[in-house]
Structure formats: C-alpha cells, structure tokens
Design a protein around this ligand. Sequence first.
Ligand code: ZN
Length: 416
Amino acid sequence: MCEWLKNKRLAGVLAMMSVAGVLCGAGATGASGADLEIASIRLGNHEDYTRFVLDMSRDVNPRVFVLADPYRVVIDLPEADWNTDENAGQDGKGLVRGYRYGLFRPGNSRIVLDMSGPAEVGRIFNLKPANGKGHRLVLDLKSVSRNEFLSRAGWPKETTGPGRRDTSIPLRDTGNERKKGRYVVAIDAGHGGIDPGAVGKSGLLEKTISLAIAKKLRDQLVATGRYDVLMTRDTDIFHSLRDRVMIARAGRADLFISLHADTIKDRSVRGASVYTLSETASDSEAGELASKENRADIIAGVDTTEISSEISMILIELSQREAKNRSAHFTELLTTQLAKETKLLRNTHRYAGFRVLKAPDVPSVLIELGYMSNRQDEQNLRSPDWQNRMARSISSSVDDYFKSEENGEMRQAWVQ
Ligand SMILES: [Zn+2]
C-alpha cells in the first residue's frame, strides 16, 4: 500500500532509525493503545532535594540519564498515554525550572527536566497504591558540583552508534539530473512528540499547527496526481533534525518544505516568512530564530555531536550551491503565492543556519507561517479554512517550481 516502503534504501534507513511506519499516512504509531497511563506529574520542594512524582497506572522501570549544557535530566519510559494538564511543565519548582514530555519514538515516551543547576538523581523508586493514591514513580533530585555532574553526564551507549550516519546516502547531482515522471516532495511538520515547539499565549502548540497544515498540504499535492509526498511525521512524534534531513535524502526528495510557526515578545508583529540555509544570517532576528529552531534536539535530549563526513567536501559544496540556488528560486515563487493569501513579514525571504535545511542535495525551505503571539495570526493559524488556503498557495508554488524547472528557467536564475 505504501510506495515508500518499497524503496529499499529508504526502508533500510528507516529501520535504522526505528521510524518505519511514520510515513505515507500510515499513522499507526500514535500514542493511543499504550498500556501505561500517566495521570499527573507533580513537583515538590524539600529542604535538600526536589521531588518529581509521576502518577501512573502501573510500575515502570525507567532509564534515567543526565546531560550537560544545558543541565537536563532525561527519563525514558515505555510509550504512555498522557492525561496530564496540557500546560504542565511550563513552571518548575526547586531545582527543576520546567519540563517536557511526550512520544520520543514508537514504543518510547520521554520526559526531559530542565535543571537550574547541576543535579543528580539521589533516589528513584516505585510506590505501590496506598492511601487512596495509585502507582507512583518518585525521583529525588539533589544539587551537586558541576564536576560531579560532568563525571556522570552523557548519553547511554545504546542511543549512539553507527545507526546515526546519514552520509552513507550517496549525493545526488541536482544540477544535471533531469527527472522524468513524478517528483518527490518531502513535507516536514516542525517539532512533535516531546518537543512542542513554540507555545502560544492561549496554549496553542506549534507542533499541532505544523502537523495540521502539513496534512492539508500533503492532501492537496497528492490530489494533483503529480507528486509523491513524503511526510517526516504524520503523528505527534519526535524526530531529531538530522533524522528529518535523512528521511528526505533517503527518499530522494526533490524538494523539502519544513513548516513552523513562531512567537515573539512584540505581540504586534505578524506575518509569514520563508527561510533558506546560509552560514551567515541575513539579520539578527533570523539568526536568533535559527538557534531557537535548532534547539529542538537539545529540548528532546538527543545526541547532537557532529559525525565526520564520508563525502568529499568539494562534492558537498557543489551540490550545496545548486541546492541553495534552487531553494532561493522556490522561495521566490513561494512568497509570490503566499502574498495572495496572507500577510507577509517585511524582508520575507531570510536566511540563517537552520540544521533542518542542511541536506546538501535537496532544495530546502523553512516556512514560518505566522506568529502565535499575535492575535490575528493566531486566529488564522487555528482556522481550518486559512490552513487550507495556505496549503493551496504552497501547493501552487510547488507546481510553479517544477514547471519552471522543466522549462529550464531555473538555469537563468542561477546566472548572477
Ligand atoms: Zn519551529
């Protein structure tokens, strides 16, 4: 049923990443059906420790580890259904500044505690139901020195290893390749699972909005009959930024579109904007946004250490230059279409070092659809009608892009 899983290279990569099944609208990997239910999360501040308590439907045997810079405690659990307050974790207590939780990958939920300083897990134990309370998991967190913390910090062995390489996927020659037949469009709904992305004043989550619009865009592209669509996620699940890039490359995507929404202090600011990759940011706002978006992996407690490349740098540079030109060309067409349906931010096309745009051989853009901190934008972002119109403009610009590629217009745009 799913074309993508017939692609051997992609299937191999997905198996490595344990994400097979998240593509093609299969949607079989959501959090429902888990036998572990979390009813609430509580924090208590005691004289020399901070207590973290999960109220659960049964005992668990969590994997707990700590990560430095910033100080984090990561708690891995079996996949769980969360019946907790949506805004739980925004505020902390004692040593815990705040926390996030959600699906990390199929079969595995994760909680990440942001600590105000170096701390260790002094005690961890399950409590059986008693005195009207159900099963509980208790962690007592104590302050330690930075050196003590660092001696314990790090990823457990099984989370790192050769499965994380994406450089084994051969580079495509984007410049000379003339594709016949259908094009592959990768749609990347920003954030997901444990990483909510930006949070609007009314509790609206970026991960929800990005997925809603991604699905509408997928449906519209599929309806044209001209494209194969590859979704980096179609459920509320987390993927690292590198894995998103890897999914697009393994699926030999011809175009990569990452969907996001932002928040900003100045609530009067509104409008959509489009970002492409550059090592030098077009302005300080773009640079700040990129570092905010790049924090997704840190937020989810993922290993972000760089992996040495097996591809010659010259090849990467050539591919990257072509992919960059194509990204810029698509952005031009995209902003023209978006302008028909929504307000655009001034200097609509901006660029900075977004990690999710780093496929050297796939033209990639990141769209910030609007500001959840602005009342009008937030209303739009929530509205299914507006979401449909945005999906339509993006889908039209995808048409414009591939038509102009077929006409060879792109080459003209490169000569500068
Ligand atoms: Zn985002």
